[in-house]
Design a protein around this ligand. Structure first.
Ligand code: CP
Length: 319
């Protein structure tokens, strides 16, 4: 359905570039007016700081009304299913539900049920994190103004990372060269189809973009968690102060955050000149405005008089 946003797999290159362009336009002052009050609800069944607050910021900047919802105090605790929860908030009048849930592809039965409410995926298990992926594309685009030929390394806990899975798909489609790093055990055939596994030494010498991932202890089993050494991981797979000196001058460091400082990246590098980690968070608001705008447009909820074009002319996209 055109009024849902659940995976980057459905997006053409042109759609990705249009979303990046709209996010840039919002960053430069574009705005929309709604035809009637529009209600959003953010249903987060996994912890979040960035995605939750930046979706809420995006909703408010677009003029939407945001309904309160806390999973911990909701009737989910009494055993209500996700389907019944979403059908309930739809019946109450919510127009858009932004959902993060630990189950991979949790959204499939909701889409099949064809509820009138729009679904925006804020992360499903180890499946997809499409809004993070688009804000990452926006951040790369702001730096390089193209994607073709860029060398991008995705390093760390690949296996459990919905960010890695979403980003490798779009980066390859957009013409970037993808390589991977981190423990061998987390590099499976799924990743081999997108690019080779390299050592950290090879990666820091070659890449334009170094995308580090958090080790997701909440998704590791007990044995792996017990045997995990932060110092050992940092030494073998982390961006250490020494390794950072080998990065090319134009290379940028990215991380979806939250960051385990001193594990996947030395604490001092989180805010270093080559880091774009906090720029990614800023871009997250504008990217989520662009995503929500497409859902509102599909539902014919935007006034034609909106100031749609501010700043957009400065951002002709090449890829
Ligand atoms: N990057 C990201 O998804 O962060 P949160 O888990 O804090 O939303």
């Amino acid at each position: 359905r055109k009024h849902d946003f659940v995976t980057v797999a459905d997006l053409s290159n042109d759609q990705v570039l249009e979303l990046v362009q709209r996010a840039e336009a919002f960053k430069h002052g574009a705005s929309i007016q709604l035809k009637r009050p529009v209600y959003a609800i953010n249903l987060f069944f996994e912890n979040s700081t960035r995605t939750h607050t930046s979706f809420e910021m995006a909703e408010r900047k677009l003029g939407m009304q945001v309904l309160n919802f806390e999973a911990q105090t909701s009737s989910i605790q009494k055993g209500e299913t996700l389907y019944d929860t979403v059908k309930t908030v739809s019946s109450i009048g919510a127009d858009i539900a932004v959902i993060r849930h630990p189950k991979d592809a949790y959204y499939q039965p909701l889409l099949q049920a064809n509820l009138p409410i729009s679904i925006a995926n804020a992360g499903d298990g180890a499946g997809q994190h499409p809004s993070q992926c688009l804000l990452d594309m926006m951040t790369i685009y702001e730096e390089f103004h193209h994607f073709a030929g860029l060398k991008v390394a995705i390093v760390g806990d690949l296996l459990h990372s919905r960010v890695a899975k979403s980003n490798m798909m779009l980066l390859k489609d957009l013409g970037a060269e993808v390589v991977f790093g981190g423990p061998d055990a987390w590099y499976s055939d799924e990743f081999a189809a997108y690019g080779p596994h390299l050592s950290m030494g090879e990666i820091v010498d070659q890449v334009d973009v170094l995308m580090l991932l958090r080790v997701q202890h909440e998704r590791l089993n007990q044995t792996d968690n017990q045997s995990f050494s932060q110092a050992d991981y940092h030494k073998k797979y982390g961006l250490t102060l020494e390794r950072a000196t080998h990065l090319q001058k134009q290379a940028i460091i990215m991380h979806p955050a939250p960051v385990n400082r001193g594990v996947e990246i030395a604490s001092e590098l989180v805010e270093c000149p080559q880091s774009r980690i906090f720029q990614q968070m800023t871009n997250g608001v504008f990217t989520r405005m662009a995503i929500l705008e497409t859902l509102l447009r599909a539902k014919n909820l935007i006034q034609p008089t909106s100031n749609l074009s501010a700043g957009a002319d400065k951002h002709v996209i090449n890829y």
